[in-house]
Design a protein around this ligand. Structure first.
Ligand SMILES: [Zn+2]
Length: 271
């Protein structure tokens, strides 16, 4: 599933191909995504210039002259930047054709992705209005993490993955951030000391930034957003390394199930 770094990588990959370009047509081949694509969107966006790209949580935003397209990659979606005449593949659901002769083509086998258009402030769109802070924004800081952990008995890893508290910290990134912060995933959120909260805030940001940086270097014309960690995988400390020696202390990495997800940690490095 595409996580925040994959969506940000996609945004960066798409950006130079779309900004300043006029939309010639939005061709919808299959409107039945997670929500049906509204019939009026092609007429609304035709002829508009893409002003800039943005991202909120896992939504990719294309800001046009008089509105914003909101695209979600869902579980299996990906965007490719292609010459418009490139033959379509199965599961190619729409094309955003630009005046450069390039198309932004959306493929999504499982059809959990979505496409919306709004002429209001996109941050007030029902899909975005109630989202928690971005982990890479200044609003996600040690004071915030301190505040939200104080009265919560839930395990810290599950708190990090709770998208009503902070958006876009998926399983891989929560596991890796906890390793870097030297905190065990099962610790009660409220048991974290101030210095641990400071370390964890920094670790979450560092892990996501690194994933984005590495994702960026693998990007060409093809914008991969299949949720595969790709090159980032070689830099993982604990995720999917069950039984292998910790890269810091050589203790075998342990795995257990937490909230139906696999969690990995080093019993020596993490307290
Ligand atoms: Zn270790």
């Amino acid at each position: 599933m595409p996580e925040l770094p994959e969506v940000e990588t996609t945004r960066r990959g798409v950006d130079p191909h779309v900004v300043g370009r006029k939309i010639v047509a939005l061709a919808i081949h299959e409107p039945r995504l997670r929500w049906r694509i509204a019939d009026n969107i092609p007429t609304e966006v035709k002829g508009q210039v893409v002003r800039q790209t943005g991202r909120r949580a896992k939504y990719l935003l294309l800001e046009l002259e008089s509105g914003t397209l909101l695209l979600h990659l869902g579980m299996s979606g990906s965007l490719r930047v292609l010459p418009a005449e490139t033959p379509r593949l199965i599961h190619d659901h729409f094309d955003l054709l630009l005046d450069s002769g390039i198309t932004l083509r959306f493929n999504d086998p499982r059809r959990f992705g979505s496409l919306h258009y709004t002429t209001s402030d996109p941050n007030e769109h029902p899909l975005l209005a109630h989202l928690a802070p971005e982990p890479l924004d200044d609003a996600f800081n040690a004071d915030y993490l301190w505040k939200i952990t104080r009265k919560r008995k839930v395990a810290i890893k599950q708190l990090l993955m709770n998208s009503t508290l902070v958006v876009g910290v998926g399983n891989i990134y929560a596991s890796e951030a906890l390793f870097r912060a030297r905190i065990r995933p099962r610790r009660q959120a409220s048991s974290l000391k101030r210095d641990e909260v400071v370390r964890l805030t920094r670790a979450v940001k560092a892990v996501l930034k690194m994933a984005i940086r590495v994702g960026g270097t693998t990007l060409r014309d093809y914008v991969n957003a299949e949720g595969n960690p790709g090159y980032f995988k070689q830099k993982l400390y604990v995720y999917e390394r069950n039984g292998q020696p910790c890269r810091v202390c050589e203790t075998p990495v342990k795995q257990f199930t937490q909230g139906q997800r696999s969690t990995y940690f080093c019993p020596t490095c993490q307290k």
